[in-house]
Design a protein around this ligand. Structure first.
Ligand SMILES: [Zn+2]
Ligand SMILES: [Zn+2]
Length: 295
């Protein structure tokens, strides 16, 4: 499979000279199967140029978009994805349903295209669009790719995706925060809560064992996370890098960059991480828009 990072920014697009290197577009990853099918994970602003490319170049007129969740930065490019407007294109959209509101994926996505937000209604789109509400752990076969949704920890239901093709495996986390124990060590309830956390983490760690490539939400530094960002729904760099060895992950790309983070700031963070984990140099890096991986 060929994986292209089309958007690596978290929360909101950040165009400009200070995001020139690592990129300003929000989350979007393109995966092209050896059999030719195209899977797109998330529809942040990075999906817009991909859509233009799909329209302007020869290639399949059918694609499969898997959404990790429907927070803005993961769907805000969808109304600008040109294939949606073109007869002859078929778009299969997959994503989770939030049990709190119990609204279908189609309902949630069509609301962002109501007239008060966007000049074209979802019902006016010309492509053939099909919606699938995903269940945790239920896999889909897309050509030679097997796509398996796996629940992560976020304020809304978020699916990470494990994509397998033969022996090669790629995992994208979407948004994820390390689950934290609400009790202090020694307090009543600590052990029970920790057991639930460990069970939940095992369900995430299992599919990640020995994976060739993981692209992981790493929005914060450890200091930022523990001083003021706990509960915001995102991870910190060290949490993932420590898993490289433990889970025998070949390579982790750290993504979902904080919109306030300049290229220079990301360079500085990367240098510090290399100093902290010299034995893992070469097995983690900062995700950069436009990067391509062949697995
Ligand atoms: Zn996000
Ligand atoms: Zn989110």
């Amino acid at each position: 499979m060929k994986i292209t990072l089309r958007g690596t920014r978290g929360s909101i697009p950040v165009p400009g000279a200070e995001s020139y290197i690592y990129g300003g577009n929000t989350t979007c990853i393109e995966v092209v199967a050896q059999s030719g099918e195209r899977v797109i994970i998330d529809a942040g602003s990075g999906i817009r140029p991909l859509g233009n490319q799909m329209v302007n170049q020869e290639g399949p007129s059918h694609c499969h978009i898997f959404l990790t969740h429907t927070h803005w930065d993961h769907i805000q490019g969808l109304p600008f994805f040109v294939p949606l407007f073109i007869p002859g294109f078929t778009i299969d959209l997959f994503g989770p349903v939030d049990p709190v509101y119990n609204n279908s994926l189609r309902h949630v996505l069509s609301r962002q295209m109501e007239y008060c937000y966007f000049p074209v209604l979802e019902s006016e789109l010309k492509a053939k669009i099909r919606y699938t509400d995903l269940q945790d752990g239920v896999s889909y076969q897309i050509g030679s790719l097997t796509v398996q949704p796996i629940l992560t920890n976020h304020p809304v239901v978020n699916f990470g995706y494990l994509i397998t093709e033969g022996e090669r495996r790629f995992f994208f986390t979407g948004d994820h925060e390390p689950p934290q124990n609400l009790y202090q060590r020694g307090e009543e309830g600590y052990e029970e809560y920790q057991r639930l956390i460990d069970e939940r983490l095992a369900l995430l760690d299992g599919p990640m064992q020995g994976v060739d490539l993981v692209v992981a939400d790493s929005m914060f530094t450890r200091e930022e996370y523990f001083s003021k960002r706990m509960g915001w729904g995102h991870s910190y760099y060290d949490w993932w890098i420590e898993r490289v060895e433990r889970l025998n992950i070949e390579l982790i790309m750290l993504t979902h960059h904080d919109p306030e983070r300049t290229d220079r700031a990301l360079d500085a963070i990367f240098s510090e991480l290399q100093e902290s984990y010299p034995h893992l140099i070469g097995r983690f890096a900062i995700a950069t828009e436009g990067m391509v991986f062949e697995l």
